[in-house]
Design a protein around this ligand. Structure first.
Ligand SMILES: Cc1cc2nc3c(=O)[nH]c(=O)nc-3n(C[C@H](O)[C@H](O)[C@H](O)COP(=O)(O)OP(=O)(O)OC[C@H]3O[C@@H](n4cnc5c(N)ncnc54)[C@H](O)[C@@H]3O)c2cc1C
Length: 366
């Protein structure tokens, strides 16, 4: 959701992406919980980056970080079809979700709750050939539908890989439903865990298709498991320790910051069986996102953006989602532009007033 229930609050590049992506789902009304047409969005992103002259390298993994001195990254080593290549830069922006770059450069991090348990992951999937007319009569198979098939599937005991009643469906195109459903325990910083989770997620998706066909046959009897996601859906991994850690108390207080670089209104959405729930914000309510939460302690030339920024476990449940990730990404991009000409740039010395002015000029809501 891009709204504070009154207006779009994630502006700048985030709003551009949102409004462009929306054209791919013309059947969807309103600006909240808009489904994504993934094939359409891929080309939105391709056009956005190439129109700005960005060089893109697909199928490439950062495999190592080389330091110039303590706290200063000299180069990243990338593995791809060209073998290993080192890329030097004055500044680096870590958007790996897991904070790989910052961690390997020596930044501290937190992960999960007090016991180190992270939120559950989900391998998203899609079903094609569902009956559109019958689906329009039921509207959804979401968890909240009391007579929905998920509850019958769980009661039956037949679908043993489906741990709980988590199921979100979105009508993305003709006869085509996309699912964020099922929970898989995964540590995305561990390649073995990640690989096992992918395979588990594929089996979970199959069980969903079979269970839905059994318990909502009018809609799903002829459905077809069209795809599972190409990446494991990771909700939480490392949260890099930065100059400021945004906390649950900050979220509850709707806190404002002098170094705020954007707004956030998303609720505390923690996918864990024993998670505490908190009341959602009311209409027009939001909090500020502090720039200091994007500046890793002890690193001079690395910014973090996206879900690996500095928060506590519960606040992460709010700031981890796509709109605030886009906003933090744009803020560090602008900040990098501001300081990249200096000989040895320091991310902790960005002129905040200038940054906020520039963000306001590109439409960001502060
Ligand atoms: C199942 C599920 C449903 C969700 N639903 C919603 C929703 O409805 N609305 C919403 O707003 N948010 C939702 N979210 C949250 C949101 O999708 C993520 O939190 C968000 O995508 C995080 O963005 P990010 O760019 O920080 O990280 P990611 O999306 O994880 O992207 C990180 C990227 O970095 C790449 N990468 C990682 N390590 C390396 C490396 N070493 N070298 C090179 N590349 C690397 C990864 O391949 C990936 O492409 C959902 C999340 C999940 C898992």
């Amino acid at each position: 959701p891009f709204m504070d229930k009154e207006k779009i609050i994630y502006r700048g590049i985030a709003e551009r992406v949102f409004l462009e992506a929306k054209k791919g789902v013309p059947h969807s009304k309103g600006n909240d919980w808009v489904p994504i047409n993934t094939e359409y969005l891929k080309t939105v992103y391709d056009d956005l980056v190439t129109s700005e002259g960005v060089s893109v390298l697909f199928f490439s993994t950062m495999a190592a970080v080389e330091m110039k001195q303590e706290g200063v990254v000299d180069a990243i080593v990338v593995a791809n079809k060209a073998g290993l290549t080192a890329y030097k830069a004055k500044l680096f922006i870590d958007c790996t979700g897991d904070g790989d770059l910052a961690t390997w450069a020596g930044a501290g991090f937190d992960m999960g709750d007090e016991e180190g348990n992270v939120q559950q992951g989900t391998l998203c999937f899609s079903l094609s050939n569902i009956d559109p007319y019958e689906f329009s009569l039921v509207g959804s198979v979401h968890t909240n539908r009391k007579d929905g098939p998920i509850h019958k599937m769980l009661d039956s005991g037949k679908y043993n890989l489906i741990k709980d009643n988590h199921i979100n469906d979105k009508y993305a195109g003709p006869g085509y439903l996309m699912f964020n459903a099922g929970h898989v325990t995964v540590d995305s910083t561990d390649p073995v865990s990640l690989s096992k989770a992918m395979m588990a997620g594929r089996k979970v998706a199959r069980q969903f298709q079979e269970g839905l066909a059994e318990y909502e046959p009018k809609v799903f009897a002829s459905s077809y498991l069209a795809s599972t996601a190409s990446l494991m859906g990771i909700r939480e991994s490392r949260r890099i320790k930065c100059d400021y850690t945004f906390t649950l108390d900050d979220w509850l207080a709707r806190k404002e910051f002098e170094d705020g670089i954007g707004r956030n209104a998303y609720y505390i959405d923690v996918h864990k069986s024993n998670a505490t729930t908190y009341p959602r914000y009311g209409k027009g309510e939001s909090h500020g996102i502090p720039f200091r939460s994007l500046l890793p302690i002890g690193l001079k030339n690395v910014f973090v953006a996206g879900r690996c920024i500095s928060t506590d476990h519960y606040a992460h449940g709010s700031l981890r989602v796509m709109p605030p990730c886009l906003v933090t990404g744009e803020a560090v991009g602008v900040a990098a532009g501001q300081i990249c000409r200096s000989k040895s740039p320091d991310v902790h010395n960005v002129d905040i007033k200038q940054l906020r002015n520039r963000l306001q000029q590109v439409g960001q809501l502060l």
